[in-house]
Design a protein around this ligand. Structure first.
Ligand code: GAL
Length: 371
């Protein structure tokens, strides 16, 4: 069993010391008795506009149906009111269990409360639901670890432990309404901040939060590629038009990285010549293709099949009245209650590892990637 005592910041600040290993949690919500043979599982996903959520939804349905459950899956176009209304309809139609990936984890407390009043267990999927007592479980990847991996990759690739620098870096944060984004930046900042303090890292745009809690200042709303592209264009025009070298860009996920890479392309940066290191997350297809073209340096891969399988297992354990397996000691304080959590480990993927990790595992076909 691997033990990591880590200091967490942001939305993940409530996380207690993480002891990686499995254990079981008593189900906090006494739900009405569920007949596994006829149970209907409600699934609420944020949007189809971001590639990964399409994967998540499809795989979750497949995994639950393979266990014999009926499912109802809805996407909310990244509109919080639409997601609330869709969830409320599922509650009214008396689904037996709810699996929710929130657009904004801070606005679902009332609808989650209505689920609790009807004895409907709720699993927060990938993103925590805050301020609600009726969140029974949370299943996600270790978001702080995602950021640590991105930060450590840049430290290694730039040689910061031995090089004096200074190296120029631009920092981006995730969507300000997404609690996961606090963990991503918190993890990266925990690794990179000492290099800002000693001057090894500098940011010509000056867009550097004073500490991890300031991540929303550099956030990109809705995780939108176009917004990231526009912000990167502005920074390139304002701070790099004199030929200043840009060594790296911290991008918390692939949709932002794609926009950043489009801005670099438009500005005439050339892979293998003056193209900076660019980080990412989610192993989206366009970004993996960019990695193979040396336009992205890495992505943090969270195999959404594992996330979906784990969520389906939690549903099955709840439906059958069994103890639900969680990660020992991993609980997230959502502001109202400590939510028992199952955390999965993310993995760094670089271009050379794409065939083995992403093709051999069946996540993509070679043809998907032009291999
Ligand atoms: C986060 C999620 C990331 C990425 C991002 C954009 O909450 O954990 O994996 O998908 O949203 O949707």
């Amino acid at each position: 069993m691997k033990r990591r005592d880590v200091l967490r910041t942001g939305a993940a600040a409530a996380l207690s010391t993480v002891l990686l290993g499995a254990c079981v949690a008593e189900r906090p919500t006494q739900s009405r008795s569920i007949d596994p043979g006829s149970a209907v599982i409600g699934i609420s996903m944020p949007t189809k506009a971001l590639e990964r959520w399409n994967r998540d939804g499809a795989h979750l349905v497949e995994a639950l149906q393979a266990l014999g459950y009926e499912t109802t899956l809805q996407y909310a176009d990244n509109k919080t009111d639409q997601q609330i209304s869709q969830i409320q309809n599922m509650v009214t139609s008396a689904v037996d269990i709810l699996v929710i990936a929130p657009i904004d984890g801070t606005v679902l407390a009332p609808v989650v409360q209505s689920a609790k009043e009807r004895g409907i267990p709720v699993i927060a999927y990938d993103r925590l639901i805050e301020g609600a007592e009726g969140v029974d479980y949370y299943v996600s990847f270790d978001n702080f670890r995602v950021g640590e991996l991105q930060g450590q990759f840049l430290v290694e690739q730039l040689g910061l432990e031995s090089e004096a620098g200074p190296f120029a870096i631009e920092l981006f944060g995730g969507s300000p309404d997404d609690p996961n984004a606090a963990g991503f930046f918190g993890g990266a900042w925990s690794v990179l901040s000492p290099y800002f303090e000693d001057g090894t890292l500098v940011s010509p745009s000056g867009k550097v939060p004073a500490d991890a809690s300031g991540w929303q200042q550099i956030g990109i709303l809705g995780w939108e590629s176009a917004k990231a592209q526009s912000e990167m264009q502005t920074r390139l025009n304002s701070f790099y038009s004199d030929g200043t070298t840009l060594n790296a860009v911290l991008s918390p996920n692939d949709s932002l990285a794609l926009g950043i890479e489009q801005a670099l392309d438009a500005r005439g940066f050339e892979p293998g010549k003056n193209w900076p290191l660019v980080t990412g997350q989610d192993a989206d297809k366009a970004n993996v293709i960019n990695m193979l073209a040396e336009k992205q340096s890495m992505t943090v891969w969270k195999d959404t099949r594992d996330l979906g399988d784990r969520a389906a297992t939690m549903v099955d354990q709840i439906a059958k009245g069994q103890d639900v397996e969680i990660t020992e000691g991993a609980e997230f304080d959502n502001g109202v209650t400590a939510v028992p959590t199952f955390m999965l480990d993310p993995l760094v993927v670089t271009a050379d590892a794409v065939p083995e990790l992403l093709v051999d595992s069946g996540f993509y076909t070679a043809a998907d990637l032009g291999l």
